[in-house]
Design a protein around this ligand. Structure first.
Ligand code: SS9
Ligand code: ZN
Length: 558
């Protein structure tokens, strides 16, 4: 943690930012302490990033220029600031920015060496807007871009996934990696057809990366404000997760900005803080659980603090809240989803069958109209505090044949005790398994909101160990993690890894997935089309679903 302090004296002297304030960190930290979450974390000391580390993502000229800022007069600082957009240079910011980047690197070290499983760095200033030779949008050094380069260089990490759930487009991260296939950058952002800051054509869905990096840059533009939990989760199910699993990262970095939450004056979105428990959870079984979240934006203190706590509590392994009463994704979100899937279908086999997007969706950019940039009186949003989440004293209980030893950390019951029969649904394995999980099972689960998940393993199912663990991990998104797994007696060999997943240990990576069989893919797509009239979460297009279905049938017949 680093808390840059601004005195009231400073604030009178320096052009200060009204929303990117020290309280963002002090209040977040106080709350983590008060709720007992801080106590359950290992705190990692911060250090300054070195020049060589900063140069991993920035030019020498830029670093040398920023180095001079602590010695500048107020006038010189103002002059320096004017070169860039929406950033404020205080004499202390060079020091804070070195600590912010250094904190991200300390976290990468702790995760890569296995000292901790995962973690979150609470830092200021944020980083994702800063570019090779330019500060921008409150950001001085690109903390996450530096961390990704550092992980590649120091630990030989081959693939890094960066998930930017901040509501602004991290153009600095995009520019740093646009031709680099070893870093997959995903960002969703308020866009409004380029009318929203930073107004870049480069933020649209069809900017997919360059040269060897083509396909490794995923932009999801939100063209309306007011997006809700269902819109965010739908993009995770139908774009990010299938691609991320196909990419198979060795490390996940999150540009964890919370200005995408309700009440934020910048984002004006309506997703509630508990959605971050789900977003976090859904990423925690990638890369063997190696996940580093680094704070970016988040400017409504109440919403920021609740969202930070939801993220940290999930990283600690507590069950995630019920995704209660999700609304179907809105038309505008579906249009974006369809455009992104279509723009990436050439690069990812999981999207091969995505429909083409309808040109009518892309509206020409007219340029910001006069008055449009004016600050609106954002009406005060109210939302209930997320319900308290419990940490179960025992994570997993097993009923085992008497001759089988109980895995460590589990509560065991004997086989002979009577159990009530329960209903179970059948899931058969295909090579399009992950497609079925992300395209069907997860969205159906989110829409149905079950109170209990029963997972039955049929003999000779052909499901690999890591797939089995992934499935258990992902299904714990539902029913407060209440999962009942039923194994056949002859599959005793699976007890250990099943128990491990029920305890919340990260699943083994699936390794590079082979492309699914065409007939499996087609069967799943057909099922999805058939079901989407009743299950809105299965939709991936903004068009009338019956028309899409007819077109597909015709293609099959010819
Ligand atoms: C337009 C407002 C620019 C910058 C927001 C930067 C957020 C970083 N003058 N707002 S997460
Ligand atoms: Zn932001």
């Amino acid at each position: 943690f680093y808390f840059g302090k601004t005195t009231s004296f400073d604030r009178q002297l320096f052009p200060a930012c009204k929303i990117e304030v020290p309280e963002r960190l002090t209040v977040s930290h106080e709350t983590l302490v008060r709720t007992g979450l801080a106590d359950r974390c290992v705190s990692v000391p911060v250090r300054e990033a070195t020049d060589a580390e900063i140069l991993l993502a920035h030019s020498e000229e830029y670093l040398e220029a920023v180095k001079k800022t602590p010695y500048m007069s107020l006038e010189d600082l103002m002059e320096f600031t004017r070169q860039y957009g929406d950033v404020y240079f205080h004499p202390n910011i060079y020091h804070c920015a070195k600590l912010a980047a250094g904190a991200a690197l300390q976290l990468v070290d702790s995760v890569m060496t296995g000292k901790v499983r995962n973690g979150m760095a609470l830092v200021r200033p944020p980083g994702h807007h800063s570019m090779r030779s330019a500060a921008n949008g409150f950001c001085v050094f690109n903390n996450v871009a530096i961390a990704a380069q550092y992980a590649k260089q120091k630990y030989g990490v081959q693939r890094v996934l960066i998930v930017d759930w901040d509501i602004h487009h991290g153009q600095g991260v995009q520019y740093c990696f646009e031709d680099d296939p070893s870093v997959l950058y995903f960002s969703w952002h308020r866009y409004e057809h380029q009318k929203f800051w930073p107004h870049l054509r480069d933020s649209d869905y069809d900017i997919v990366g360059k040269e060897k990096g083509a396909g490794f840059n995923i932009n999801v533009p939100w063209n309306k404000v007011g997006m809700e939990n269902g819109d965010y989760l739908s993009v995770f199910c139908h774009v990010l997760l299938p691609v991320a699993y196909e990419f198979c990262p060795d490390l996940v970095l999150v540009c964890a900005g919370f200005d995408s939450a309700i009440g934020d004056p910048e984002g004006e979105m309506c997703a509630t803080p508990d959605v971050f428990a789900h977003l976090t959870h859904l990423l925690m079984n990638l890369a063997g659980g190696k996940l580093c979240a680094v704070l970016e934006g988040g400017y409504n203190l109440t919403s920021l603090v609740q969202s930070v706590c939801q993220t940290v509590q999930t990283l600690l392994g507590d069950p995630v809240p019920r995704p209660a009463s999700l609304k179907s994704p809105c038309i505008s979100a579906l249009e974006s989803l369809q455009c992104v899937r279509s723009a990436h279908k050439a690069y990812w086999s999981c999207l091969k069958h995505a429909g083409n997007h309808n040109r009518a969706f892309s509206r020409a950019f007219k340029g910001p109209e006069a008055g449009e940039e004016e600050e609106k009186d954002a009406e005060e949003k109210v939302w209930p505090e997320p319900p308290k989440r419990v940490t179960p004293p025992v994570c997993a209980a097993l009923v085992l044949p008497d001759d089988v030893a109980c895995p460590e950390g589990c509560e065991c019951f004997s086989f002979s005790e009577d159990l009530d029969p329960l209903l179970a649904s059948k899931l058969s394995d295909t090579s399009g398994f992950t497609q079925a999980v992300f395209g069907l099972l997860l969205p159906l689960g989110y829409e149905y909101d079950p109170g209990l998940v029963v997972l039955v393993r049929m003999p000779d199912s052909g499901v690999s160990d890591s797939l089995w663990q992934q499935l258990i991990g992902l299904l714990q998104s539902f029913a407060l993690g209440h999962t009942l797994v039923v194994l056949q007696e002859e599959e005793k060999a699976l007890i250990g890894l099943t128990a491990s997943s029920l305890l919340g240990n990260p699943a083994a990576s699936l390794k590079q997935l082979q492309a699914p069989l065409t007939e499996d893919t087609e069967a799943i797509e057909k099922l999805r089309h058939r079901l989407q009239a009743d299950w809105k979460f299965l939709q991936t297009t903004g068009e009338c679903s019956s028309i899409t279905f007819e077109i597909n049938i015709n293609i099959h017949r010819s």
